[in-house]
Ligand binder design. Structure first.
Ligand code: ZN
Ligand code: ZN
Length: 586
């Protein structure tokens, strides 16, 4: 019930936002987030202790507590129904279009009766949006662009949305006695930023028969979280998870497992090129194996297939037909950065700004991951919505870090908490901190957090300014895209690369699954320009430190080696290549 309630409260907050309310929406959002983090169901809490117990949930309080009670008892909330009656707009759809938001969605409803995306598109196409006060032709064009973007990204899921479920299914199936092997294939294995559906391949043990196959499929189709079964057969079963994506499980014989794994991993473009190469060499390549005159030449492993075709084995993250086949022919594949090879993370937010956890909790988690250092990069004061710190607050926070470092050293541990910040790049490439504090920090990250809508010329000048700025060591999420939400800024990134190289600025590969910014093409471009990159999680809570693997995947998709990534270095080495310290040497 907590999820349903949270959804209703988020929607109430959005409707109240649209009405121009200032404090109430925050209260509803706070309650919604509290509900999502509760281990116990709200209905059980109510059954256990009535209204008093519900009101005692942190972030809930009296008025919202009563609404939870009403929902538990009647299955509805009258206040919500009234709000919806007065304002029957699908805010998820309409307010979710880049540049709109609840308030403008309300104007569109009141003036044009727009309730959903379809009606919005029709109104914009008919030119009815531009004449409205506060909109204009540019805004109308932006809305149409935003709708296009929303349509294109629909039906795809972020890595973080599918990866845990896929791994869980893989592990559970692996544990079956009839199973020899299970692997993830498809775009998830290639670590694409967004995933359509999950492909799993399993090999039953040698000698397994139809009964075993049926048992495996029975087990798979009753896994927790499955909403419906599309198809269930002896070699393939497809299910829809409650989270919205599908998982396909295929059974293949061990003899052709490598061929099937290669085939179902894709990409389509890579496979087409590979099949063409096979034909040139007198083979036929399919999901069943590599054949020479109907005789199987390879198929059990991917390695032997690639080898028979005269290629080094190609890591799945590179299989895009973007030059990897030629490189594999010539023994020129890069030695990709390996998973687990980061020595630290330079970008996380503590509860001093908008993070969930204390610095000590974050440090303990980073130590448990085997890191040597963790950079705390709290927001700075221009970003008020994220609890940005001013110079005094940064000093207080730094004192806490100093004390913690002392404690860590006294325990004999080799680990350093680094004093950083994530400052805000203003329109000219400057940042929102006084010079005085900069020498008290170990490093400065800066990113664009407001005023995104600039033309390419201005935004390029802004980021070039940041790359030149001697006070900025690392530029966070350099292109600003949010997957499924908004495209990157208008930006000539090649110009930023040139200046970053010249001035020694490090660019970030932000590992947040909704960012994954830089994208692979830009990672390759940055590397070609000789720029150092940093893979940072931008964690706002402990669990997000694990996003590092998505950042590493992104770097591998951009052909990065360990040498390209600044935070594969121990801190004393990394320190030397920061802009602030290069300057002193020269
Ligand atoms: Zn940021
Ligand atoms: Zn951040």
């Amino acid at each position: 019930m907590n999820k349903e309630l949270a959804r209703i409260f988020f929607e109430i907050a959005a409707i109240l936002d649209a009405g121009g309310e200032s404090f109430k929406p925050q209260a509803y959002r706070k309650a919604a987030r509290a509900l999502l983090e509760l281990a116990e169901d709200a209905a059980l809490i109510y059954a256990r202790g009535g209204l008093k117990a519900v009101e005692a949930i942190p972030g809930v309080g009296q008025s919202i507590g009563q609404k939870i009670e009403e929902y538990v008892l009647t299955g509805k909330i009258d206040y919500y129904r009234q709000l919806k009656r007065d304002f029957p707009v699908d805010l998820d759809e309409v307010a979710g279009v880049e540049g709109l938001g609840p308030k403008r969605a309300k104007i569109l409803y009141e003036k044009l009766g727009v309730k959903n995306l379809r009606q919005l598109e029709a109104a914009a196409r008919a030119g009815k949006v531009a004449p409205l006060f506060g909109f204009g032709p540019k805004s109308q064009a932006n809305i149409l662009q935003g709708i296009e973007f929303k349509k294109r990204s629909g039906g795809r899921f972020l890595l973080s949305e599918v990866f845990p479920a896929a791994l869980d299914a893989k592990e559970k199936i692996s544990a079956l006695p009839q199973i020899a092997r299970v692997e993830i294939a498809g775009s998830l294995r290639r670590a694409k930023e967004t995933i359509g559906d999950v492909d799993l391949l399993a090999a039953p043990k040698l000698g397994a028969g139809a009964k075993d196959a049926a048992a495996i499929m029975d087990f798979f189709s009753t896994l927790a979280g499955i909403e419906k079964i599309w198809a269930k057969g002896p070699t393939k079963t497809s299910v829809r998870m409650a989270a919205g994506f599908d998982i396909d499980l295929r059974l293949v014989g061990e003899q052709s497992f490598g061929a099937a794994w290669q085939y179902f991993t894709g990409s389509k473009e890579h496979n087409i090129a590979l099949r063409r190469l096979a034909i040139q060499k007198g083979f036929k390549l399919s999901e069943y194996g590599l054949f020479e005159n109907d005789k199987m030449a390879a198929g059990k492993t991917e390695e032997e297939i690639y080898q028979k075709l005269g290629l080094d084995w190609i890591a799945p993250e590179m299989r895009e037909n973007a030059g990897e086949i030629e490189a594999a022919q010539n023994g020129k594949l890069p030695r990709l950065l390996e998973y687990g090879s980061l020595k630290g993370d330079l970008h996380c937010h503590s509860n001093w700004s908008d993070g969930k956890n204390s610095i000590e909790e974050l440090a303990a988690a980073a130590m448990a991951m085997g890191y040597e250092y963790l950079g705390i990069a709290d927001h700075t004061h221009a970003l008020k919505v994220a609890g940005g710190l001013d110079e005094d607050q940064l000093r207080q926070r730094n004192a806490e870090i100093d004390a913690l470092n002392q404690k860590i050293r006294s325990q004999g541990k080799m680990f350093a908490v680094l004093k950083g910040c994530e400052a805000n790049i203003d329109d000219d490439g400057g940042i929102d901190l006084d010079k005085g504090i900069l020498g008290e920090l170990d490093f400065v990250i800066a990113g664009v957090h407001m005023n995104f809508k600039m033309d390419a010329k201005k935004m390029t000048r802004r980021l070039v300014g940041a790359a030149k700025n001697p006070d900025i060591d690392i530029i966070s999420h350099p292109t600003g895209r949010l997957l499924k939400e908004r495209p990157a800024y208008e930006l000539e990134i090649e110009k930023v690369f040139e200046v970053a190289k010249e001035h020694g600025a490090i660019l970030e590969i932000n590992a947040q699954p909704r960012r994954l910014d830089l994208k692979p093409l830009h990672v390759r471009g940055a590397i070609a320009n000789g720029i150092k990159l940093a893979i940072n999680t931008d964690a706002h809570r402990l669990a997000e430190l694990e996003f590092a693997r998505f950042g590493i995947a992104q770097a591998r998709r951009g052909w990065a080696t360990a040498g390209d990534i600044a935070n594969t270095l121990p801190w004393p080495e990394l320190k030397k290549i920061l802009k602030r310290n290069q300057k002193r040497v020269n």
